[in-house]
Ligand binder design. Structure first.
Ligand code: GLC
Length: 429
């Protein structure tokens, strides 16, 4: 990698971010994803800050301007019409002033805000922009426990695979198989017009994704009804860990910036979640796995969602080391890491969306978690693989862990944002 021109990569990242910038929000990539996505935007802000700190805050402010009155921050904001994407605003029909989807996405917001603050060049600006956002972030976090954990277990369920951000993971197969398909309105997919169908979900899965959307729409998107009505209720370890980490980071910022009424609640929620979390540990796989709330059992699927809990440093140091060892063992079977699914599992597919390929944002989060757990060498390995993939295949949406080939959409925003992050911290070191 020695001859790789990191400065050129940094410049290329800047160009991609600028190119996908719509003024007050950034699209993940043109064509395939022409709107604002929730966790994409938050992670994008981490890249934008290297070029323009103000612009990074605007990205997040725009997203939060579309928070629902109940606290949910939607997974897509449809700022303007674009027929190139399905399902569009008409299918969701959420009745919001600016149309949005009706489900959410992993709440990386809190951890992003903390990083934006702690590494800000202009601390006063950062404090001024972040203060008003903390109450919104806290409201969203509270929403999860109110609406997605009605029995008060301490852990929240997602009600749609798209909420996980790992849309087509093997983790959802069993629970999704229970979702009916009768009454699904006729539709035409758009994703497979942009990307090779072999890298995207099957029709049988798509039908069920839409059935769930129609079911929730039929309940008027009333979140107090959705959880119990959904045949799909899955407790995702990655999602819950991201929520815990963000809740903690927002509590910390509220204390540092003197915003009252946030920290105590958040710390109480996190303590409860930590106490419940170890029920997601699978002895069989030596990692965390999902829990299917409807079937009342752990899901037999070793995916990358089970490594993400490192971001909240959950578990004993011994379990954290076990996760590191699993990551390394899988990597030895592949050319690059970290694969989104265990390559030893028969359901692994190197090129299909979330069933094998590598996402640089997930690598970034897991590397951050490994460092937080004091496992710096393993973090460095993950970062080095990430940069090697960019060097080999450019700024793709995801990558084949066997060949390093770039897959899905190109000129991808959050990949560019992560490159800006990784190159900047390399320079700082
Ligand atoms: C896909 C990913 C999701 C992401 C979106 C936009 O749907 O699965 O995590 O937010 O693309 O990049």
């Amino acid at each position: 990698m020695s001859t790789y021109d990191y400065n050129a990569a940094f410049e290329r990242a800047a160009r991609i971010l600028a190119d996908n910038d719509q003024g007050s929000y950034t699209v993940p990539t043109k064509g395939l994803y022409p709107f604002q996505w929730n966790w994409d935007s938050c992670l994008t802000a981490l890249g934008q800050r290297h070029f323009d700190e103000k612009r990074a805050f605007t990205e997040i402010e725009t997203l939060l301007a579309h928070q629902w009155p109940d606290g949910m921050v939607p997974h897509i904001v449809f700022h303007k019409n674009d027929d190139g994407y399905f399902p569009g605003p008409g299918v969701w029909n959420t009745g919001r002033p600016t149309p949005t989807s009706g489900i959410t996405q992993p709440p990386v917001l809190g951890l992003v805000l903390r990083r934006l603050y702690e590494e800000a060049r202009d601390k006063n600006l950062a404090a001024e922009r972040i203060r008003p956002l903390l109450a919104k972030a806290a409201k969203w976090h509270r929403w999860f426990y109110d609406m997605r954990d009605p029995k008060g277990t301490g852990l929240i369920a997602i009600l749609h695979p798209w909420e996980s951000g790992r849309d087509n993971s093997v983790d959802w197969d069993e629970a999704l198989a229970r979702v009916p398909t009768d009454g699904v309105e006729p539709y035409q997919r758009r994703d497979t017009q942009h990307v090779n169908a072999g890298q995207r979900p099957h029709k049988s899965e798509y039908d069920r994704y839409l059935w769930l959307v129609q079911c929730f729409r039929g309940l008027g998107w009333d979140n107090s009804k959705l959880h119990d009505a959904s045949p799909f209720q899955v407790v995702d370890p990655g999602f819950n860990a991201i929520l815990m980490r963000s809740d903690e980071d927002v509590a910390h910022l509220a204390e540092v910036l003197g915003v009252d009424g946030i920290a105590e609640d958040a710390r109480w929620r996190v303590a409860k979640a930590r106490a419940a979390f170890e029920m997601l540990w699978s002895e069989k796989h030596g990692q965390y796995v999902c829990f299917d709330r409807v079937a009342n059992k752990l899901v037999d699927s070793p995916s990358i969602g089970g490594f993400l809990p490192l971001v909240a440093s959950v578990g004993t140091p011994e379990r954290q080391r076990q996760l590191r060892d699993r990551i390394r063992a899988q990597r030895r079977q592949l050319a690059y890491g970290i694969a989104s699914h265990d390559p030893a599992d028969t359901r692994f597919e190197a090129k299909r969306y979330w069933r094998g390929p590598i996402w640089i944002i997930v690598n970034y989060l897991i590397a951050d978690g490994l460092k937080r757990c004091g496992l710096d060498d393993a973090a460095a390995e993950v970062i080095s693989d990430s940069l090697a993939l960019i060097e080999k295949s450019g700024f793709a949406e995801y990558y084949d862990p066997q060949t390093g080939e770039g897959l899905g959409g190109g000129s991808f925003t959050w990949t560019a944002a992560m490159v800006a992050e990784l190159v900047a911290s390399r320079r700082a070191a």
